[in-house]
Design a protein around this ligand. Sequence first.
Ligand code: CO
Ligand code: CO
Ligand code: CO
Length: 320
Amino acid sequence: MLRPLSSIFKSSDYPDLLVGLDSPDDAAVWRLDDSRALVLTTDFFTPVVDEPYDYGAIAAANSLSDVYAMGGTPFLALNIAALPPDLDPEISAEILRGGAEMAVRAGVVIAGGHTVQDKEPKYGLVVVGFVDPSRTITKGGARPGDCLVLTKPLGFGVTTTALKRQQAFPEDVAEAVGWMTRLNRDAGRLALEAGVKGGTDVTGFALLGHGLELANASRVGLRLHFERIPFLSGARKYAEAWTFPGGASDNLQYFEDQVKFAASLDEASRMLLFDPQTSGGLLLAVPAERLDGLLQRAAEIDQPAWVIGEVIEGAGIEVD
Ligand code: CO
Ligand code: CO
Ligand code: CO
């Protein structure tokens, strides 16, 4: 959709725009000087859970994630909201409170925002952060031999859609909410400490869609080992009940021809890798010699990290 804009905004006219439409990434990056660049992103979406507070918190964590995925530190944000005129003001207040308290946890100040009326609620943040331009993490920074590390389990889409259809167990929803309200701050910090150059966060295009963005921008292939990929406890059960959100079929359609699955993987397993995530984890391409150090630090700071595969020469994704 943004493609026509790249002929209007030519990157050669904006030498300080380090990451823009020419190399689509999690966030835009604008150089201020040799050691500092601004990271800029926005994201908003419709409710994924029933509790207004949790919805606000998840939306904020998700918006902040794109700054962490670039190796940046967010510091300033604006609310962006669309709320039904007949919505109980207490509910609107809870959504905004959830977002605000998540921002506080991230060390971010919300300095304003804009709200319009709309039938279906939408909420998120505009976020500004700083990054050291020489340490920016981009989708184009993965190299063959890097290990692929994922920092949250998958299965948020299939679990929250089961909730919408009133088929989800409360403990499964609580588990999903626990992960979705977890900031990617520590995961981003780990990546920076380990000198990671390639990475992204896993959101609407699912592990495979975002994995392909990483692979294609870096001109490499990815090999994933299914049995090493972490899932929420209920994910398998809901996948078998086929409570996938509509986005999962869209992802399948867009990305399927670039993915090779081992014959042993059944349809539910494959679809779980196309399941759209909200506020998902970081997918990092970690240089092999830095992996042990990263995993050790991860354990020390209580940051989950799963090694799910590796970067290889070639193109596309193989899942075995
Ligand atoms: Co992103
Ligand atoms: Co985003
Ligand atoms: Co305004």
